[in-house]
Design a protein around this ligand. Sequence first.
Ligand code: CU
Length: 349
Amino acid sequence: MGMSGMWSNVRTRLGWLAIGSALFSGMIAGIFIPQVTAQAQDAEPQTYTVLAGGADVFNTAVLAFAPQSLKVHRGDTVQWLISGFHNIHFAETPTELIIAPEVNGQPLPQMNPAVAFPNIENGGVFQGGDANSGIGLDPTNPTVTFSLVMDVEPGTYTYVCDIHPGMVATITVVDDATAIPAPAEVLATGAAEQAMNAGTGVQAAVKAAMQPPSGAENGEQQVKAGLQPGVAAVLQFFPSISVIEAGQSVTWSVPPGMEPHTVTWPPPPPGSDFTLIPQDAGNPILALGEAAFPSAESGAEIGTGDNFNSGIMMPGQSYTLKFTEPGVYNYICFLHPGMQGAVVVMPSS
Ligand SMILES: [Cu+2]
């Protein structure tokens, strides 16, 4: 695979360019699920579908597996429809996404290979233990579905998305004699859960978008970098346009939640967010590139024509810039296509 192709793919996935699915259309309206209990212990193994993220509406993504809990019989297949940047990892807790092992005496921040690369193949047989789908980096064959045959002892198995700690769900393998809902019913339940979560997210996004900008207080304009209503992530800045005076500041804050963001201008060149370091044997190292780190300290002064980049801000972090000259300063979050804003700096009065 081409390096640039790989990286644009990584960016796309990091950027939540959700893969649309007809499944999700009309979900916001809500779906009524009749409580039909299916009989089970079918002779034939069944295939159950789980939605992994999705419902990208008004730059709002749902960070959840749906349905949250699924029952299957031993030998049934579970298929995940992956929308956005997620992995499916059978483990009780998420694996650390970014690690920094020493390489030649220097820490090398990188995506954890235990997250990035699969340790079980798509379509493989889950027999318990640690099983990870990886994040599907091959642009010629993007992972939009992942499936496993659940050939494992009855019991409840937890899986997580390592990219979005908090995205967690279970599969319970039941005794052959136990009746469980049929695949169509499970899919409808998942779609309804997804719609509830998307609705909560979009309502919050619309409300925030309609709020008039507060204006700078004590010389500082506050901007929310994203919102996290429930398990939905709103990938927008609020307010998206700040109007301040020269000499005033803007502080961007990432709310607690699951999504990191950046405040960046201009867009980083390809390959500067992640850098591929091929290895003689085994998987390449997915090293964090220059753009993942701040180009200027928080609190730096910015004038006409200056570049700026917060680097990757994790939930709970914030970043401040002081704008010294009148002008229009556009910016983006390079992790999330379509997440953009501007600071209009008027002459000081
Ligand atoms: Cu973002």
